[in-house]
Design a protein around this ligand. Sequence first.
Ligand code: DHE
Length: 630
Amino acid sequence: MRAWNLRLWLVICGIGLLATSCGSSSKGSSAAAGEEVFQQRCSACHTIGNGKLVGPDLAGVTTRHDVEWLNSWITDPAAFAKTDPAAGDLFTGAMPSLGLSPREVDSVIAYLDSNRDVAVGAPTDGPRELSAAEFDQASGIYFNRCAGCHGTLRAGATGPNIQPDTTREIGTAGIETILTNGLPGGMPAWGKSGILSADEIELMANFVQMDPPTPPPLDLAQIKDSWSLMVPVADRPTEPQTSRDWQNYFGVILRDAGQVAIIDGDSKEPVAILDTGFAVHILRSSATGRYFIAVGRDGRVTMIDLWTKTPQIVAQVQGCFDARSVEGSKYQGYEDKYIVEGCYWPPQYVVFDGQTLEPLVMRGILSPDVNGKELEEVRVASIVASHFDPTWVMGLKESGYVGIVDYSQPDFPLVEKIPADLYLHDGGWDHTGRYFLIAANARNKLEVIDVKTKQLVGEVETGDTPHPGRGANWEDPEYGWVFATTHLGEGKLTLVGADPVGHPEYAWKVVREVQIPGTGSLFLKTHPGSPWVWMDTPMSNVIEESHQVCVYSKEKMVLEKCFPIADHGRVVHFEYNRAGDEVWVSVWDKKGEIVIFDDATLTEKARITGDWLVTPTGKFNVYNTAHDVY
Ligand code: DHE
């Protein structure tokens, strides 16, 4: 037995429980256990003998590194890279700490060693030909599941570039592995979670190695053709026809049912379930709160009147083929006057009448990026409505500009383009409504825009892929006002100083970082009267973590606790009721639930269930959404 093998043997046999297999079998129980761990935790990025995936082929790795080295590397690659030069050379930031126990690490090494004689594999197998029907099917799946992160033309944004040059390097088998198991930085495990079948994964693995189809334009005439006004303004009530507190209604997205449920926040009863269309993404309230405006991934905008006895759809229109954001005009004198829709495709925004959704203007946003690089795709990401002047502020994702649209001017022009950083995604106001903080999430930063001076005033590195949603604002006992975000790529809540008047020394700097168990956080939420900040981790590939919520104490300045609230689905997104004493959380599943907590005691108060509650995701309280309470 060579020296290295002997050491490996000693390490593995030193673990009592595994000792029975030592010396008896070439692939004993520790290697068998290691195989299981490898399949679950490593095989998304590595093969043994089947070529490079995201990470290198690990065939023969135990002949290249000794057991102590591998142990340190697998346990915490980032920490090890700081102390070991070879590890430092190898570490690109992609290899995460997997949180394996020492026994699991040993078993993985034993498994790798049991494959020490396997030869490193050839990297790729090319794509097979797809029939026209298969190509169409794959285009549909790509649009539904992939385009949001990787872009319609696949140039990358929140997710990496996956154009054929890159995907062919990985090859069909490698892509299938990634699609099945996901990746630690937020790439969902489409196969393991049962969302894509094995056949669909095979189809997509081939499709993404081919050139993307060219998506068509959508002009104003076509947008006008899509407009339908179900209830003219003259036929609508002039005052609320319900005795319910409609300002405490919650609009709940039933994503895969293509519906929005309007739930009475007091009685918790569904008062209406409305067919809004394909994969609704978000709702926003008009400035008065009377109308909910829904936007679907297919670009359809739906206006819901909450003043009728039962809420009803009064108008619909399609301004884009692919969209994620919509907002109303909120400046004094312009309440409920206009609606803007931001498109993912085509690269444009569209302004509608705020009472009827009649299309008024469509304006293109394609431009070179902040570095002067020509682009073929620029998507409108987050949009907020200023309370200081008649403007909308929007993140122009690929170009890295924050655009300002002046809706007091006849043609709703983009009057400013403030250079920030690439891949702008989601964001919200600071507590004064003067500063807009938006994540350049692939750059691990929050960009801070002063909408009064129309300048970029801060750039803050917060962590791996910040995802603030609308963000959360509160007064920290030490640092004054802060704006916070969680992250998709690491388990961390980051507090950024947001008090340039009271605490200028901390403004737009990281002032606190709080570890939370689990990556894959999408949303956090608080309320001015609450002592807590609620956080989710729905995109964690560790099932238990996707079921939990975590709560941070503003006063104690520590993570109070994390606890599971379901044994199925993904627990996602928070919303407070109008009074700010209840928090609503979705269990995003075919058999969905909404769990309601008493915010003072953190105890469960009610659980809404029912066959109608299919895949609930975002929830929007009328009062809080109209007034930007977060
Ligand atoms: Fe969202 C907000 C884009 C996936 C639920 N999401 C946003 C915003 C953007 C965005 C740009 C900000 C809108 C604004 O403020 O005007 N979302 C995207 C994507 O590109 C992405 C990553 C991939 C995709 O294909 O769509 C994506 N989003 C999701 C989901 O998978 C979620 C969890 C469920 C779903 O709808 O499929 C989801 N996104 C939400 C919600 C908000 C949101 C609930 C609003 C948060 C808020 O509190 O305001």
